[in-house]
Design a protein around this ligand. Structure first.
Ligand SMILES: *Cc1c(COP(=O)(O)O)cnc(C)c1O
Ligand code: SF4
Length: 316
């Protein structure tokens, strides 16, 4: 985390790219640049069209007014229970474990929303435990953020122990991009802690393009699956990143070869600053149709959209 690249100027310089439009400063002021060394190393030098670069490089367009693109497109503010917990769906609650991520994805629906305010518990989990205890129907806790795996081991252990102490919780789902962006975060200690838990762990990683998967990522994923932890992937459909049959097919094929199941392909949430990433739903449906013809059924992700106020993610 300390070694990460923290400005567009630094990123461009290290990748041998020309200096950017001065207007990118406005984009960076809205959402700072943050790119792990590991992720940056998978970007092709000198290629402004690189599908990984597009996900992390601030561009001037982000700061332009964008009709229908808003600060909180998924209604998270309304779903807040307090104590770091969000509940939108039956019997599962999401914990905002931290506001920190191992990469800043320019299309993120959390880019403006102040998740650090939801993480105001600052690692004191007593209130969360009380809230979960008072809602015994909740049998699954989803750790999210930010990225929960940016917590250091000590804080991580405290969080897992707090959830284990709620007897009505059966499963622990971890939503993290860290196995992709800083794969060394997954070590034997981490896997052993989950294996020794009474909670059934499920890991959901976030990878949008096959180029994000290098040997270190393969090793991290193998450690998880080898430890008996089921791993799913969610991706976001992004213009000029993965909006082609070839890009999605090669991603899904690679994932299932690594025993990772493609779970969701998300339609972009209409967050302010991300309009240039949007792909039309019609096009998304065509892409999924093509994937069905090319891949085993279990390798085709569900194409979904999040609508505030609905009882589940909506199928597209
Ligand atoms: C997406 C989401 C979940 C998980 O939904 P699944 O369909 O079970 O993957 C849970 N809580 C919140 C607040 C979510 O946004
Ligand atoms: S890692 Fe996830 S939460 Fe963090 S910026 Fe990327 S998409 Fe958003």
């Amino acid at each position: 985390m300390r070694a990460a690249i923290r400005s567009a100027a630094q990123l461009r310089c290290e990748l041998g790219l020309p200096a950017g439009d001065p207007a990118t400063a406005a984009a960076e002021a809205l959402f700072p640049t943050f790119v792990s060394r590991e992720f940056a190393s998978r970007i092709e030098r000198g290629n402004l069209a690189d599908p990984l670069l597009r996900q992390v490089l601030p561009v001037a367009e982000e700061a332009l007014p964008q009709a229908d693109f808003v600060a909180d497109p998924v209604g998270d503010q309304d779903a807040y229970l307090g104590s770091g917990l969000l509940q939108k769906y039956a019997r599962r609650a999401l914990v905002v474990a931290t506001g920190v991520c191992g990469v800043h994805c320019r299309y993120c629906f959390r880019r403006e929303f102040d998740y650090s305010a939801l993480a105001a518990h600052r690692g004191n989990w007593n209130e969360m435990v009380a809230e979960l205890t008072s809602r015994p129907e909740i049998d699954e806790v989803i750790l999210s953020g930010g990225d929960p795996l940016t917590l250091a081991d000590g804080k991580w252990d405290q969080l897992v122990a707090a959830i284990e102490s709620v007897v009505t919780v059966k499963r622990l789902r971890i939503h993290s991009r860290m196995p992709i962006v800083i794969p060394s975060r997954i070590d034997q200690r981490f896997v052993d802690r989950l294996r020794s838990s009474r909670l059934v762990p499920w890991m959901v990683v976030h990878c949008n393009h096959v180029n994000e998967i290098d040997d270190e990522v393969v090793a991290a994923l193998a450690m998880l699956t080898g430890g008996g932890i089921p791993v799913l992937n969610q991706a976001v459909l992004l213009r000029d990143v993965n909006d082609s049959v070839e890009a999605l097919e090669s991603l899904c094929r690679r994932l299932v070869d690594l025993r990772v199941q493609p779970y969701y392909l998300h339609q972009l949430d209409r967050v302010r600053g991300a309009a240039h990433f949007e792909v039309a739903v019609e096009r998304g449906r065509e892409l999924i149709e093509s994937l069905r013809e090319l891949l085993p059924g279990y390798a085709v992700p569900r194409y979904v959209f999040e609508q505030a106020g609905m009882a589940s993610k909506s199928a597209l």
